[in-house]
Every structure is written in structure tokens, then in C-alpha cells.
Design a protein around this ligand. Structure first.
Ligand code: S3P
Length: 455
């Protein structure tokens, strides 16, 4: 089992990291390419294991994936010529792979079994399955989840000739569920609409439109939240291909930026280049700015469906102060809460995180795992049912930590950043799954001047 050994930072961090491809956008580039009628060239795909699961899945369903220099070329099957896989599909640790595939396979004329690792086998799937059943899909799973929820392995299909278009209101904002329903709706003859209570990431809407899918998004006054509408009636059912640039991952950049904010950058800077600055993903910048941080967005550009820019921290470390993180800000920074909690631990005053019950069903129970990670460094925090409270230390952490990352990549990376601010060396255990999203994390930290080694 991989551990990270982390020494306290002795000086400021500095350097430029070109961020690897965004995990969420990478999944979509791969899975949507399968549905295209023309080849797709994907530039900038990250090399995380989760994206690897989606790449293997589309191969099993009939796509050919080949390297072309630093890009990959995908020849898909189109919407209606997918092949039945010859074996169950292993989704590993990847919630996005299994949930998006469940939607994509609901309308296929064959059955597919989807399974994953120990963590994925505990994650709730009823939120995807229930609306798909209403659309006429056939899906079974194990009813062994929390509160009787359905968990993998799942068997999806065979579906009816056409699924029924649904007007569905998601009880919880979720890009994975929204995307699964949009993908299933491609196999209907009507108008599907999906409304969610908050602005979950909109990469699917942007990329599907880019590939020619007739999809609109609206936020009307008095509505419960953003509505994604898909008109399939009269659509030629063709998704054209093209070139997709996968911009860098802001969720990975968040670890490096918080490290820079906490340790300072001296006379130099820490620059994370080539990152998507899609507003649905960078709520963490709003939170950090509200805590007193200065983060600049520079060199803004467009690469097709997504805006990209450099995220820059420069100068002396500012003293951060506690804030309340709630409502839509939680939705827009859901994956960054563990690293925001590290910033809160070094801030003055108290930080309260609420409306974040979803964290309990991520790769780990991230409310418990984040609190335990902070406690390992002597930080006081309390769990609440839908979040937690962090009592900031106002400077250095009380002591070095022995962190159990519980196999969760984001807890391991957050713990590593916290360890830079401890007075003695720390050890982050069970960190293998950093490879699911950011295999280059330790190397990037070392490039910036931190002392992190594999143990
Ligand atoms: C993701 C959506 C988010 C996020 C996850 C990736 C995606 O989950 O937490 O890491 O790629 O669609 P939700 O579906 O709960 O929004």
C-alpha cells in the first residue's frame, strides 16, 4: 500500500505546473466519442486510472482507441451500432464511469454488467436507476446499500426499442445523474427535461452541444434550479465528431494552490496553467477569496466547449480567516471540500460547512474522513449530519500527523498539503488511489519545492 512521507515546508513554494487533463471532461470526451459517427481526436486527456476505466469501457462496447502523437483518436460506433461486451465491465473506483454508462446503456438492445472496487460497490445508484426505470429501462443491482439503496454490480439492459422521454426533478444536484439521464434521453422520441436544485458541473451539456446534440439549458425565474432540455423528436440521431481539447483539472490544481496560499510564494509565484475555469467548477476560488486569499485568473482563452486560464498565487502567504460554506457554493466546490478544510484548519476563527450531505457518499464518507485527517494533526473539528465545523489554528498545525487516507485520493492529497504546515514529519497512509485522478501529484509538489516521498 502506498504511503506519502511529507516533511514540513521550510520555505515558500514556487513554479509552474501545466495541469493534466480534467477527469470529468476526460470521461465525457471518451464516453461521448463512442456515440459519434465520425472520428474524434482527444487532446490533453489525463492519465488517471479513472479515465482509463472509461477508455476500456468504450473499447469493450465497440470503439477503437489509438494513440496519435500526444493525442488519442477514437472511432466510435454511433448511437445505434454499439456492440454487446463479451465480459462484465470493471469501472474500478470511478463513480462517473459507472453512472454515465448506466444511462448510456439503458437504451441498448443487449445486457451489460457493470462492477467496481470495494468503494464503488458501496456507492448509491438508486438516484440513477429509479428515473431510468421510469423511462422503461431494465436495470438490476444489489439492494445492500445505505438505507436499502441499490449498489453495484448492476446489470443494465436490454432496453426497449425506444425509452420514454421524462420530465425529471433531481432531489440532489448531481452532474453524474443529470448526464446519465441525458444520455438515456438520446434513445427517446420526445422532449426530456432534467431540473436540479443547484448548478452541478455542465461539461456534458457543453460537449454534447459541440457534437451536435439538440440540447438547451435554462434557468427561469422561480424555477427550482437549472433545467437541461433535450429535443430528440425529429433529430437526425447523428453526433458528428471533431477535435476535443481536455483542459487541465481545477480539482487537482486546488491542492497546489492551497499549498501555495498556506506556505507563501516568496518573491515568485505558483502558476497552474491550462485549467478549465468553467464557473460550475471553480467555487473553491470563491471560497478561498472569501477567506482572504488572492488568486488571479490569467490568460483566459476558449478551447471549444470550455474556457481555460492560468490560476496564479503569488507573494507572501496571507492569513486566511474562517467562513461558512453552504448552498450552491457547496455544489460548485463539492470535490474541493477536503482541501478547503485544510485551508480552514490554518485560518483564524471557525469554518462551518453545511448542506454537504453528498460528501458522505463520495469515494469515502468525506465528512468523517476529512475530520479524521485534520484530527491527525491535532486540529479540533466536529461532524454534523450535513457537514462539519473546523476550529482554525491561525497558523501552524499542532503536530505532525499519521493520516489514514482510507483509499480516497482527495483525502490523501489534502493530508499531504496539511502536512507541509505541521512542525514535524507526517505520513499519509493508503494513498494508492491518488493514481485515479492525479498520478503526477507527488512530482508536482516536489517541483514546487515541497519534500514529499513515496514510503
Ligand atoms: C462528477 C460529478 C460530481 C463530482 C464527481 C465527478 C462528474 O458528482 O463529485 O467527482 O464527473 O460528473 P455529482 O454527480 O454528485 O455532481
Amino acid at each position: 500500500m502506498t504511503a506519502f512521507l511529507v516533511e514540513p515546508a521550510t520555505g515558500a513554494l514556487h513554479g509552474r505546473i501545466v495541469m493534466p487533463g480534467d477527469k470529468s471532461i476526460g470521461h465525457r470526451a471518451l464516453l461521448f466519442s463512442l456515440l459519434c459517427d465520425e472520428p474524434v481526436i482527444v487532446v490533453g486527456l489525463g492519465n488517471g486510472a479513472d479515465n482509463g476505466r472509461s477508455a476500456k469501457a468504450i473499447t469493450a462496447l465497440g470503439a477503437t482507441v489509438t494513440r496519435e502523437g500526444s493525442a488519442i483518436r477514437i472511432v466510435g460506433t454511433g448511437l445505434d451500432r454499439m456492440c454487446a461486451p463479451t465480459a462484465p465491465i470493471d469501472c474500478g473506483n470511478s463513480g462517473t464511469t459507472i453512472r454515465l454508462l448506466t444511462g448510456l446503456l439503458a437504451g441498448q438492445p443487449f445486457a451489460t454488467t457493470l462492477f467496481g472496487d470495494e468503494s464503488l460497490s458501496k456507492r448509491p445508484m438508486k438516484r440513477v436507476i429509479a428515473p431510468l426505470l421510469q423511462m422503461g429501462a431494465h436495470i438490476t443491482g444489489a439492494d445492500e446499500g445505505r438505507d436499502g439503496d441499490i449498489v453495484p454490480p448492476l446489470t443494465v439492459g436490454p432496453g426497449p426499442t425506444r425509452l420514454s422521454a421524462l420530465a425529471h426533478q433531481l432531489p440532489i444536484a448531481s452532474a453524474q445523474v443529470k448526464t446519465a439521464l441525458v444520455l438515456a434521453s438520446l434513445y427517446t422520441d420526445g422532449v426530456a427535461s432534467i431540473t436540479e436544485p443547484g448548478p452541478s458541473r455542465d461539461h456534458s451539456e457543453r460537449m454534447l452541444r459541440y457534437f451536435g446534440v439538440p440540447l438547451t439549458t435554462s434557468v427561469s425565474a422561480g424555477a427550482r434550479g437549472p433545467t437541461t432540455t433535450l429535443h430528440t423528436a425529429g433529430w437526425s440521431r447523428r453526433m458528428h465528431g471533431g477535435r476535443i481539447v481536455v483542459p487541465g483539472d481545477p480539482s487537482s490544481a486546488a491542492f497546489l494552490l492551497v499549498a501555495a496560499l498556506l506556505r507563501g510564494t516568496g518573491t515568485d509565484e505558483v502558476r497552474c496553467s491550462n485549467v478549465t475555469v468553467n464557473a460550475t467548477r471553480i467555487g473553491f476560488i470563491d471560497v478561498l477569496r472569501a477567506m482572504g486569499a488572492t488568486i488571479e485568473i490569467e490568460n483566459l482563452d476558449d478551447t471549444g466547449p470550455e474556457p481555460i486560464a492560468d490560476l496564479v498565487v503569488s507573494g507572501k502567504a496571507a492569513q486566511l480567516h474562517g467562513v461558512t460554506i453552504e448552498g450552491e457554493l457547496v455544489v460548485r466546490s463539492i470535490d474541493e471540500i477536503p482541501i478547503l478544510a485544510v485551508a480552514a484548519a490554518l485560518a483564524t476563527g471557525t469554518t462551518v460547512i453545511k448542506d454537504a450531505d453528498e460528501l458522505r457518499v463520495k469515494e469515502s464518507d468525506r465528512i468523517t474522513a476529512t475530520c479524521n485527517m485534520l484530527r491527525a494533526f491535532g486540529v479540533a473539528c466536529e461532524e454534523t449530519p450535513d457537514g462539519f465545523v473546523v476550529h482554525g489554528t491561525g497558523g501552524r498545525l499542532p503536530h505532525g500527523g499519521q493520516v489514514d487516507a482510507v483509499g480516497d485520493h482527495r483525502i490523501a492529497m489534502a493530508g499531504t498539503v496539511a502536512a507541509l504546515c505541521a512542525p514535524s514529519a507526517s505520513r499519509i497512509n493508503d494513498a494508492d488511489n491518488v493514481a485515479t485522478s492525479y498520478p503526477g501529484f507527488v512530482a508536482a509538489m516536489c517541483t514546487l519545492g515541497a519534500q514529499v516521498a513515496h514510503g
